[in-house]
Design a protein around this ligand. Structure first.
Ligand code: 5SP
Ligand code: FE2
Length: 246
């Protein structure tokens, strides 16, 4: 997914905030309202203190939608689940760096296994994990995406942590073409901070599903990210002009 240009704006409603009894309809509705991806939060009650869904539900959902399923694995031992998520039809398999206990070699091996299984691979970190821990993998061009958590993983509806945007700024300045996703507390009231920091992929659960007009919220989130990307590109262009050029 890496090229020379800044990656496209992606809005990914988090299905964690939908009515799970109507998962297929809600997924279709989000795509019709302009969602680019569907964000699927997988929690195991161990890595995080909450329990959600696993491969059988992803497989059922896949029968109802061709949408990009952006699976965020908040699980211990993510390597155990690669084959099952691939078979279920997951598009992106994003795992937590904190969940891999055996060091850099194990992380590299897991990224390779995700790719070999036919999925894109994302790497994610909690708010307390230093962003530098991602660098060995990014410098080697291994993950397709980085997910910067802007809340402690485990629950929807938490308050956005603005300090986590420093990590996004840091990554965007070094990797202009990297897919950088942010997740947690994103809403019309907080999107500007994520957009200005350089995030291109936005996960939003409660702000979208809790809104009277979810389509308008998707549109607002997209507008803020697009505008910040355009402003950033203009600034870069001006900086590249020789002194005295118009
Ligand atoms: O991964 C998570 C929570 O752990 C998220 O994907 C949440 O589902 C986002 O929900 P909001 O903060 O947008 O309500
Ligand atoms: Fe998530």
């Amino acid at each position: 997914m890496q090229g020379r240009d800044r990656p496209p704006t992606i809005i990914a409603p988090s299905l964690l905030s939908c009515d799970f009894g109507r998962l297929a309809e809600e997924s279709k509705r989000m795509v019709e309202l302009g969602a680019d991806w569907l964000h699927v939060d997988v929690m195991d009650g161990h890595f995080v203190p909450n329990l959600t869904l696993g491969p059988p539900i992803v497989q059922s959902l896949r029968r109802h939608t061709p949408a990009f399923l952006d699976c965020h694995l908040m699980v211990a031992q993510p390597a155990r689940w690669v084959a099952d998520f691939a078979a279920a039809g997951a598009s992106m398999f994003t795992f937590h760096l904190e969940a891999v206990e055996c060091g850099q070699a194990a992380v590299r091996q897991l990224i390779g296994a995700v790719h070999a299984a036919g999925m894109l691979c994302g790497l994610t970190i909690k708010p307390g994990t230093p962003v530098e821990q991602l660098l060995p993998y990014l410098e080697a061009g291994l993950p397709d995406m980085v997910l910067i958590m802007s809340v402690e993983p485990g629950f929807g509806g938490q308050a956005f942590q603005p300090s986590t945007m420093d990590k996004v700024r840091f990554l965007r300045s070094r990797f202009p073409d990297l897919y950088i996703e942010v997740d947690g507390g994103l809403a019309p009231s907080t999107i500007q901070q994520a957009a200005d920091a350089g995030a291109n992929a936005i996960v939003a659960g409660s702000a979208v599903f809790g809104a009277p007009d979810p389509g308008a919220v998707i549109c607002q989130l997209r507008g803020a990210v697009d505008a910040a990307a355009t402003a950033g590109a203009q600034q870069q262009h001006q900086q590249q002009q020789p002194l005295g050029a118009a």
